[in-house]
Structures are given as structure tokens and as C-alpha cells.
Design a binder for this molecule. Structure first.
Ligand code: S3P
Length: 429
């Protein structure tokens, strides 16, 4: 994809359904009794991998445009897979599915693409093993392919060293199949879609907040059956983030993004934009299926640098590539700290962000847990996405204000989370 600078992005758009929520509806629907009807399901490659895996586990799932119907078979209704479960590029599928499979009376294997098979899985192997699960890394390198055989699970309390919704959700899902209560405390609160949605499906799950409301413990007590639900997936704030950034940095722009999920555990980018001087208004705020939703109005603004660190990091972790792009064209310096988790995403995002920003002429210094960016004028370059969808989309936004042409290499990787990304652009021209 080749892009150049523009002005005047104007119009009303909506973004596809939330990736985290889409994965969870299929998973929870599969282990619930009865039918789960999912509207505005994200048909990105990651969520389609989740559908593929549950079909391989014997679940009948129908797809009609963006409506997906899952014919759940209850907590104990999955059947042994006849072949290895292929999770593609999806860390969420791998880690949440492992929690469910740890509680099954059959054996299974999970594997993904090159990037997925390089991501750390010890973070789930350890707590699951503490619960009595039999799960191992086939190559003994702490990564997928994973091999899971039946184990007698018992509840544990897990003090997680990382704020990771995938780790938390994996343990809670295994907790559905364990003897006794399971609880997970995280160093700061990560996205809580699992807690909200499992409750809607009928699970006995609660969150207990520390007084400062940043540290949270999620507690699940097994025993309840889950029941199929009708779910409308909110627009993905991680996808909206690219158009929020575009609206702020492209001159003479005004964009209304409708139906975006603004769950506080996901909406850190809104606070950062405000701190940078961005003109953003939330309209029509409401709650659907336990999730907060709003329309987001964005207008071109003069952005300035900021410091992003501490408990806000998990609430914007996937948006850091595009936040870094905003910082690169803002006035002054932006410091990002406490974000070492970026190193274990689809790529080492500290490296991919810094290398590509530097290629565009930005002054940027990587750190072990973040980066320091000095804003200025960008120039067009060849962007090496390394097949990371969020790098492709973030740098497509950078291209819109850069001098000269920018080439996004392997831009088709946007299909992982936002197959129609470049089409949404057309609507704003
Ligand atoms: C996700 C959790 C986050 C996020 C990922 C989706 C989820 O990962 O980066 O895109 O749906 O639970 P971690 O839990 O590894 O932080």
C-alpha cells in the first residue's frame, strides 16, 4: 500500500466489532447451553481462527455476513479434535482456549504462525500447572506448539506478575472446570471483558477492587451452567484509535466514529489524547450487554507531548503504535514507560515502532520498557510491518502527514483485526 499526505478527512464512520469481545462470545457460546447469537462479529483473521478451533472441537457455528450463531453444547460438550488446533496469529485464541482445554477429558495440541509460536506461553503454563493441568511446550522453549492432556483441576489464588487479560482469562476459564474457587490478582487492571461477559452467560464471577481501584482480583466459583446469549459486539476502540489519531493530526478534519466500546479498561487512549490537547467529544453514551458505548467526535488539534506510564498502560497497550505516531507529529517530547509488554506482542513493538519512526526521520530513543519521542515533521519511507497488523495501520496514519510517499510493506496483514481498514479511509475522503 502506497500513501501520501492529505487534508480534510470528514465524515461519519463505524469500525468493526471489538476483537476481544468477538473471541469471547464464540468461546463462551460454545461452552454454554443453547444458542448464542452474535451481531457485528469481527470477521478478522484472529476471530475466524477462534471459530475454526471450536468447529474442530465439535461445535456447530453458522456465519451469515456479520452475524454468527453458535450452537453451544454446555460446559462438557466439546469433543476431541481430530487434528492440531490452528490459532494462526492469535494470542487471545491460544491463551483463552488453553484454559478451556486444560479442563477437558481429551488431549489436544495448539499451534500458530511463526510470530505466535515465538510468543511466551510460560505465563499460562505455570498457573495452569499449579491448578493441576497437564500442559507443556512441545519444543520445551516455553512457546507454542502446546500439548494438553487431561488433568484434575483445583482452584488456586494466582498473583499474576503481569497485567494481562489473556493470562487472567485463561486461569478463570480453567476455573470453570476446577474443584473450588479460583482467583487472579493483577498488578494493574487489564481489560475485563471476560468478567463482564461470563457473568452475562450465568457464571458465578465477581471482581473485588482494592481501595485505590487499580488492583483488582477476579474470583470465579464453578458450578453454574452457562446459557447462550444474544450479543451485539461494540465497535473496537483499538480500531477506532487509527481514525481518532487521523482526525487529530490531519489538517481540517472532523470525524464521527459511531458505536465504539469505551469500557474504562480499554479507553486509556481517550485520556492520552486529552492530555495531548486533542479535541475529542463523547456523544450518546450508553451501556449495552454490560459494556459502555459512545460515539466519538474528533477534530483536528494542535497536539503536544505527554508522559504515559503506570496503571494506564494496560488500558491502551494495543494503541501504543498509533499513540507513538501522534507523539511523532506533536510539539515537544512524549515519554512512554512501564510498557515492557510491548516486546511480546505480535512483534517486539518497541523495536518495530522505533525503527519505523526513525525511518520516517523522527527523533526516537527506545528503552527497555517504552520509548522517548520528540515530535516534528515526518518524511515518507518504506515501513517494515513484519506482518504486525497494528504497525501497518499506525504507520498508514503517519503517512497522512508525511512529506513524500510512504510504502506500507505487507499491508495485507491488517486482515488480522481490521480487514476493511483501507475501505473506511475511502469513506472519509
Ligand atoms: C487481549 C489482551 C491483550 C491485548 C490483545 C487482546 C484480550 O493482551 O494486547 O490484543 O483479548 O484479552 P495481553 O493479555 O497479553 O496483554
Amino acid at each position: 500500500m502506497e500513501l501520501c499526505s492529505i487534508t480534510g478527512l470528514r465524515g461519519k464512520i463505524s469500525v468493526p466489532g471489538d476483537k476481544s469481545v468477538s473471541h469471547r462470545c464464540v468461546m463462551f457460546g460454545s461452552i454454554a447451553r443453547g444458542t448464542t447469537e452474535i451481531h457485528r462479529f469481527l470477521e478478522g483473521a484472529d476471530c475466524l481462527a477462534t471459530i475454526r478451533c471450536f468447529r474442530t472441537l465439535g461445535i456447530d457455528i453458522e456465519e451469515k455476513e456479520d452475524t454468527v450463531t453458535v450452537h453451544g453444547k454446555g460446559l462438557h460438550g466439546l469433543s476431541a479434535p481430530e487434528h492440531i488446533l490452528d490459532v494462526g496469529n492469535s494470542g487471545t485464541t491460544t491463551r483463552l482456549l488453553s484454559g478451556i482445554l486444560a479442563g477437558q477429558p481429551f488431549e489436544s495440541k495448539i499451534s500458530g504462525d511463526e510470530s505466535l509460536n515465538a510468543r511466551p506461553m510460560k505465563r499460562i503454563i505455570e498457573p495452569l500447572s499449579q491448578m493441576g493441568a497437564n500442559i507443556s511446550s512441545i519444543l520445551r522453549n516455553g512457546c507454542a506448539p502446546l500439548y494438553i492432556t487431561p488433568g484434575e483441576l483445583h482452584g488456586i489464588h494466582y498473583d499474576s506478575p503481569v497485567a494481562s487479560a489473556q493470562v487472567k482469562s485463561c486461569i478463570l476459564l480453567a476455573g470453570l472446570y476446577a474443584e473450588g474457587e479460583t482467583s487472579v490478582t493483577e498488578p494493574s487492571l487489564s481489560r475485563n471483558h471476560t468478567e463482564l461477559m461470563l457473568k452475562e452467560f450465568g457464571a458465578d464471577i465477581r471482581s473485588v477492587y482494592a481501595l485505590d481501584s487499580t488492583k483488582a482480583t477476579a474470583v470465579i466459583t464453578p458450578g453454574n451452567e452457562l446459557y447462550g446469549q444474544k450479543v451485539t459486539v461494540p465497535g473496537d476502540i483499538s480500531s477506532a484509535a487509527y481514525f481518532i489519531a487521523a482526525g487529530l493530526i490531519v489538517p481540517d478534519s472532523e470525524i464521527l466514529i459511531e458505536n465504539v466500546g469505551i469500557n474504562p479498561t480499554r479507553a486509556g487512549i481517550l485520556k492520552v489524547c486529552e492530555d495531548m490537547g486533542g479535541d475529542i467529544t463523547l456523544l450518546n453514551e450508553r451501556v449495552e450487554g454490560g459494556e459502555k458505548i459512545a460515539d466519538i467526535l474528533v477534530r483536528t488539534s494542535r497536539l503536544h507531548g505527554t508522559v504515559i506510564q503506570g496503571d494506564i498502560i494496560p488500558t491502551l497497550i494495543d494503541e501504543i503504535p498509533v499513540i507513538a505516531v501522534m507523539a511523532a507529529v506533536a510539539e515537544g517530547t512524549t515519554i512512554i514507560r512501564d510498557a515492557a509488554e510491548l516486546k511480546v506482542k505480535e512483534t517486539d513493538r518497541i523495536e518495530t515502532i522505533c525503527d519505523n519512526l526513525a525511518a520516517m526521520g523522527c527523533k526516537v530513543t527506545p528503552a527497555a520498557d517504552g520509548m522517548v519521542i520528540t515530535g516534528g515533521k515526518l518524511k515518507g519511507a518504506a515501513i517494515h510491518t513484519l506482518l504486525d497488523h497494528r504497525i501497518a495501520m499506525a504507520f498508514s496514519i503517519a503517512a497522512l502527514t508525511a512529506e513524500g510517499n510512504t510504502k506500507i510493506l505487507d499491508s495485507q496483514c491488517v486482515e488480522v483485526s481490521y480487514p476493511t481498514f483501507y475501505d473506511t479511509f475511502e469513506e472519509l475522503l
